[in-house]
Every structure is written in C-alpha cells, then in structure tokens.
Design a protein around this ligand. Structure first.
Ligand SMILES: NC(=O)c1ccc[n+]([C@@H]2O[C@H](COP(=O)([O-])OP(=O)(O)OC[C@H]3O[C@@H](n4cnc5c(N)ncnc54)[C@H](O)[C@@H]3O)[C@@H](O)[C@H]2O)c1
Length: 380
C-alpha cells in the first residue's frame, strides 16, 4: 500500500470530513494508495484537539500555513478555508510542490481563479483537483454511465440543482458564508455552483449563454454581538442556459439552481436529463432512488430502481445497503488518490472536478452576475 502523507489547512466542517474519510480507508479494499494525515493547520488552536484525539499519525500542528508547507514530509494538502483565502493559500501550496485537493469555488472570483490556474500551469508536476462529492452517489454514477453510452438519444432538457435551507432562519447570526468579503460576489453560486456544474461539464456539454435571476431574500441578520449586520450575498440563483452536447446534435435548455433558502430542503442535490430515447432523474432527497424512463414508441413509464452500493470504488459494504453523504466523501477521496497514482481517473465520471472545470464554472457565474445586473442574456 502506497501512503501519501497529507497536511490539512482549515480544520472546520470539511477538514473533519476528510479526516473521517481517511480514518475509514479500510472500507475500500481495492485501493493501493492511502492518505496519512501528518500535519494540521488552523488559525484557531481550538480546532486541534478533535484531530489530535483521533489521529495518532499527526506530528505537526501549526497556526501558520507556511510552516506546514515548509514541512518536507507533507506530500499533499487538503485546503478547506474561506473563499477569500483560496488564491493566496492554494498558490502557496502549489508553489511548494505539494499536491492539492482544494475546495470550491476555487478562488473567490474569476480573477482569483485565473491566478490559481496560472500557478498550476507553472507547476505541471503538481496534481490539483477540486472537491465535488455528489457525482459519486451510485445513481449519479449510473447516470454518468448512461451519458458515456449515449443512451439518452437527443437531449431535450437538463435540470440540475442544489437546494438547502441553512439560511432559512432569519434569526441565524451572520457568518463568513454570508459576507461578501469572505464568501464572494457569487453568493450561493460560489457555495453550491461547482456541485451542480460537475456532471454537465464532465459530460462535455457546452454552455452558450445564460440568463440569471438572483435573489437576496434575507438582507439583514443578527451580527452575533447583539446588533444587526447587512447580509448582501445572493441567497438563491436560477440560471437558464442554452447548451449543446459535444456532437452538436443536441441543443437544449439547461437550468441550474443554487439555493440556500429553499423551503423544505435540507441538502438536496439533483440532476434530471430528459432525452428522446431515455430520461433519468436522481435527487439526494431519495438517496437510493434512480428514476429512468425508456421510450421505444409505446407507453412512457418512469421506472424506479433502488440503488445500493454500486460505487465507482469497491467498498466492503454489502451491495444492498444504502449509500450516504460520508460515503460520497470517501468515494471522492478515493478518486483523488486513484488519479494521483494512475495519472487518470478510473473512468470519466469517477474523477474530482478539474481546474479547467472550475474555470468554466467561474466563466458561467461571472456571466450570471452580469446577466442579472443588466437584466439580459450573456453569451459565454
Ligand atoms: N464539498 C463540500 O460539500 C463543501 C461543503 C461545505 C464547504 N465547502 C467548502 O470548504 C471550504 C471551507 O468551508 P467549511 O464549511 O469547512 O468552513 P469552516 O468555517 O467550517 O472551516 C474553515 C476553517 O478554516 C480556518 N481558517 C481560516 N483562515 C485560515 C488560515 N489563514 N489558515 C488556516 N486555517 C484558516 C477557520 O478557523 C476554520 O476552522 C470552503 O471553500 C467551502 O466552500 C465544501
């Protein structure tokens, strides 16, 4: 088993998810490469204890990421910090020659994304990917396989989205995710957009133009210190795009929704592809249900399949058992390490988002901001 020594920069919500996935590596019997966490970094020392209590391989804990990057033992870094820090810290990691699993939106804005992409181009020996776990749900993997096999026929329409209600409560105090200076102008597109773009981009569908409608639903929040603070980020975004597939035969509407205030939705990622021969629907609201409609000229019948553990990377879980969020994280991490080791993904839809895909998402979100500001369609 090849071991890759990892450092984590940013020990919050997502740092813990990676640590948990790394601790559960025995779940993946087919892997020939494994992450080992040896160094951790967060500006808040209070974040260290959970990691130290659970990960005996940690040898270095620091509050300045530069010290972690100076550690020669660290070969790869997972960086999960607020968006305004992506450019500075991702570039520093890449320049240190360490591989990088980064978080979306991969730069707070297009300028930051361009700078990170230039840095990657200047360091071709460094492997860099962006986290996006939802395509690893078995039903989404099956949809990817259907795209590979060109089973949809001519594509009629595609709808993708990520809806949750984390900010539904107007009394929830503001945090960095609702502050433009830390989260960025994109608002919910920066938070959730890469997740909804990953499958359409990986499918090779090209987006030609966009008309966006953005909403700032809750404009003021408690500041957590007894007062109130302006909340200027976009809570919800709906992007209506004109898209085509790589053959150019299908020209279709693609609607992408990213919503942080979606009544009734806790954390729902979905994709729906309607085609002349087959259609498919999947939503994490019903995490094992894949709906498929096959049209051969007769009745149009939606069939529902219960998906089990039909994962990209073999797991020890019994084939009939349900799959969940932390399983998707584990699969995504397997994809990162597999591609690092083999130089290519296991298959097209078993890879983490590429820097080029993040650049496409930034072009789209920047165009969406322009579309809403000018009340018009923007060509990409
Ligand atoms: N893939 C996903 O499903 C998913 C989900 C949530 C968030 N994210 C992304 O992950 C990233 C982090 O989000 P989160 O939810 O983990 O945030 P978080 O606020 O829970 O954690 C961020 C951590 O970074 C630390 N930090 C801040 N500045 C730092 C610095 N200079 N050096 C080191 N550490 C520093 C903070 O103290 C905090 O502990 C963001 O890019 C976010 O968009 C991804």
């Amino acid at each position: 088993m090849q071991k890759i020594k990892f450092g984590i920069i940013g020990l919050g919500l997502m740092g813990r998810e990676f640590a948990s996935a790394a601790a559960r590596w025995l779940h993946l019997p087919g892997m020939e490469i494994q992450p080992e966490i040896v160094a951790i970094c967060d500006t808040s020392k209070a974040m260290f204890s959970w990691y130290e209590d659970h990960i005996p391989t940690i040898k270095q804990r620091v509050t300045d990421y530069r010290e972690l990057l100076a550690n020669k033992e660290v070969e790869a870094v997972y960086c999960a910090v607020p968006h305004h820090l992506h450019r500075e810290i991702y570039c520093a990691i890449i320049e240190s020659g360490k591989h990088l699993m980064a978080e979306k939106p991969f730069g707070i804005d297009r300028e930051a994304n361009d700078a990170i992409i230039r840095c990657i181009q200047d360091h071709p020996g460094v492997f860099v990917r962006c986290s996006s776990e939802f395509p690893f749900f078995p039903a989404a993997q099956k949809i990817g396989h259907m795209i590979d096999q060109e089973e949809f026929g001519q594509i009629i329409e595609v709808n993708g989205g990520f809806l949750h209600s984390s900010d539904m409560d107007p009394e929830k105090a503001i945090n960095w995710k609702r502050m433009i200076e830390f989260n960025g102008e994109y608002g919910s597109m920066g938070d959730l957009g890469m997740h909804v773009c990953h499958i359409p981009f990986r499918a090779g569908w090209q987006i030609h133009n966009v008309r966006a409608v953005l909403s700032n639903i809750i404009t003021e929040r408690p500041d957590g210190k007894g007062g109130t603070a302006a909340c200027k980020t976009w809570d919800n975004a709906t992007l209506l795009c004109e898209a085509s597939d790589s053959s150019g035969l299908s020209h279709f509407p693609l609607t992408l929704k990213t919503q942080r205030i979606a009544p009734g939705e806790k954390n729902t990622w979905y994709i729906e592809i309607l085609g002349t021969r087959k259609s498919a629907r999947f939503s994490t609201k019903n995490p094992k249900r894949l709906s498929i409609l096959e049209y051969n000229g007769g009745e149009q019948i939606w069939q529902q399949i219960d998906m089990g553990q039909e994962t990209a990377f073999k797991s020890v879980t019994g084939g009939i058992f349900e799959f969940g969020f932390s399983d998707a994280m584990l699969q995504m991490w397997a994809a990162f390490l597999y591609e690092l080791q083999h130089g290519q993904p296991l298959h097209r839809f078993a890879g983490c988002a590429t820097p080029a895909e993040t650049a496409m998402s930034h072009r789209l979100f920047t165009a969406a901001l322009k579309s809403f500001a000018g009340n018009r369609v923007i060509e990409l």
